[in-house]
Ligand binder design. Structure first.
Ligand code: PEP
Ligand code: MG
Length: 586
């Protein structure tokens, strides 16, 4: 039995079996020796696999060029070039003949060494090719037939996905009816794995550092997503304990679910609107089932992350219409695509960035890729004729970005007018406040936008200079930090002064402690993942606005973030102990 501690990012407890996603299959090939007489045949086997890989890549290149354009397809040319490059091929061939090892091992060892060299190279062009070298090794090994590469489709319903890291597209592409939990070595509290897992109501632990190297396929695994604990090969006593806990969690969920029909109002009768955050239209059913009153954040970039080709206007429109139909008159806030940073693998980028969190992401990406942006705006406007839709721009930092983005909405409106296509002429256009600069300039923005939604996931990252996806600095990622609270307070004051609606849609809004602070700061709309709604409602019903105002006033006055967080935690545990008692397995 082995117990590993990681970062808890999505509640719940699961007992299942390990399903390894081997993203770095190239690094795991065992050293297999061969006889010297077999060496020429082994080299031939290598070349045969290499040619098959090239053929496959040529095909992939052609399809990608047709569907995504020549620039995007260029990535395959690098791979084809590498498979023809004597400086890569000859060391592999020599290793097979001189060291008498299998073609799989030689390919993996040579490419791994090269990847290490590239990773340490001062020039970022080399660094950005490290993942490509891994990809090359995986492809070669697959063609050599020497190593199984896990595919999610072969998962059964006991599946606990264990991986070093998951790309957004991997996470989004899982057969969601089969996966029971996620565990990754990398990642922080608001990384995409965390977002998707909690959206699906699946337990998840990230930042386990070495687990994927230690776990074996099919091994029994316990994932405690509430405590961030992962246990491999549990002994009988531990297994019995957790079987009981699984049942307790199930019961706790059922009793929390009973709250779904009750109003979300504080104990003194102030109504709080609870909305859902979604990545896929189907999640709306979960939100409504858990008592959500609409969607405060639809992360539309997942439309891109789940496919290899660019979504068309009709793809967008279909997705939005699915939402509108499911919501049946309830509000839907569509955030324009937030691609970039952790939601876009640098492999796909034409020019991989050195510092993508500060790079071409979100609204910046859209304003430099107007064809993509306009397609989405057109689809949103068309869908707005059928239900209450709002448009929200992410990562707005400068007022000119908001104005320009809004200008394109107006242009698309004019085009629709010319064609006689209906849309909502009064559609509300707002922005996320998730960059400190925007929070500090909230007054200026408030004169031009229809609403604010505070995105604490990024606001915390950018205010505290802590990468939200990096497990090594996860302990510094603290939303209850006086600096963050001061920014949110200023945004809320500006919204009030200019009479515009304000909500919060960051993951912290779903934490009872942080939600109390938001309510204390005057925010009355919280948008959270479906599975977080019942617990949040329970907390809200036990608090008064006066409690929340007092708590935030004091929290904001601390110099130290840990004192502030400790104080808030203590107050909440005293005021609404039932929330913490019921919180599964705390
Ligand atoms: C945020 O940054 O708080 C947010 C809700 O957006 P995302 O997590 O998609 O970046
Ligand atoms: Mg964000």
């Amino acid at each position: 039995m082995q117990t590993i501690k990681g970062i808890p990012v999505s509640n719940g407890v699961v007992i299942g079996r390990v399903f390894l996603i081997e993203d770095d299959v190239s690094l795991r090939v065992p050293r297999r020796s061969i006889q010297s007489a077999d060496a020429p045949a082994e080299v031939e086997r290598f070349d045969f696999a290499r040619l098959a890989a090239i053929e496959e890549l040529n095909q992939l290149h052609k399809t990608a060029a047709d569907e995504m354009g020549r620039e995007a397809a260029k990535i395959f040319l690098f791979h084809i070039g590498a498979f023809n490059d004597p400086s890569i091929l000859n060391p592999i061939r020599s290793m097979i003949s001189d060291d008498l090892v299998s073609a799989e091992y030689a390919s993996s060892a040579v490419l791994r060494k090269l990847a290490e060299k590239f990773a340490q190279h001062p020039d970022s062009t080399f660094q950005s090719k490290v993942d490509d070298l891994r990809d090359l090794a995986s492809r070669l090994i697959r063609h050599l037939g020497g190593q199984k590469i896990s595919t999610v489709s072969s998962a059964d319903d006991q599946t606990v996905v264990v991986a070093r890291d998951l790309t957004p597209s991997q996470t989004a592409a899982f057969d969601r009816s089969k996966i029971r939990a996620f565990v990754t070595d990398l990642g922080g509290k608001t990384s995409h794995t965390a977002i998707v897992a909690s959206a699906l109501g699946l337990p998840a632990v990230v930042g386990t550092r070495t687990l994927s190297r230690e776990a074996r396929e099919g091994q029994v695994i316990i994932v405690d997503g509430s405590k961030g604990v992962v246990i491999l090969d549990p002994d009988d006593e531990t297994l019995d304990k957790y079987l009981l806990r699984v049942e307790q969690v199930r019961q706790a969920k059922i009793s929390l679910h009973e709250l779904a029909g009750l109003p979300a109002a504080t104990a003194d009768g102030t109504e709080i609107t609870l909305l859902g955050n979604i990545e896929f239209p189907e999640e709306i059913d979960l939100v409504l089932d858990d008592g959500g009153k609409g969607i405060g954040l639809y992360r539309t970039e997942f439309l891109y992350l789940t496919r290899t080709t660019m979504p068309t206007e009709e793809d967008h429109y279909d997705a939005y219409m699915q939402c509108v139909k499911r919501l049946d008159g309830l509000e839907l806030t569509i955030r324009t695509i937030d691609l970039g940073a952790d939601k876009y693998t640098q492999l796909q980028a034409e020019n991989p960035e050195r510092n993508p969190a500060l790079g071409l992401r979100s609204i910046r990406y859209c304003l430099q890729n107007l064809d993509i942006f306009r397609v989405q705006l057109r689809a949103i406007l068309r869908a707005s004729a059928h239900g209450p839709i709002k448009i929200m721009f992410p990562l707005v930092t400068n007022i000119s970005e908001f104005r320009t983005a809004k200008y394109f909405v107006k242009e698309e409106m004019e085009e629709l007018d010319e064609k006689g296509i209906a849309y909502d002429r009064d559609i509300k256009i707002g922005m996320m406040v998730e960059v400190p600069a925007a929070a500090l300039m909230a007054n200026a923005f408030a004169r031009e936008v229809d609403f604010f939604s505070v995105g604490t996931n990024d606001l915390v990252q950018y205010t505290l200079a802590v990468d939200r996806t990096n497990e090594q600095v996860a302990s510094l990622y603290t939303p209850i930090h006086p600096a963050v609270l001061k920014l949110v307070r200023d945004v809320s004051r500006s919204a009030k002064r200019h009479s515009i609606p304000i909500s919060c849609c960051g993951a912290s809004a779903g934490e009872p402690e942080f939600a109390a602070l938001l309510i204390g700061l005057g925010i009355r709309t919280l948008s959270v993942t479906a599975s977080g709604i019942p617990l949040l409602k329970q907390a809200i019903r036990g608090l008064t606005v006066a409690h929340c105002e007092r708590i935030v006033k004091k929290a904001i006055s601390y110099d130290s973030e840990s004192d502030a967080a400790g104080y808030v935690r203590d107050r909440l545990r005293k005021l609404v102990p039932e929330v913490f008692e019921r919180r599964p397995l705390d």
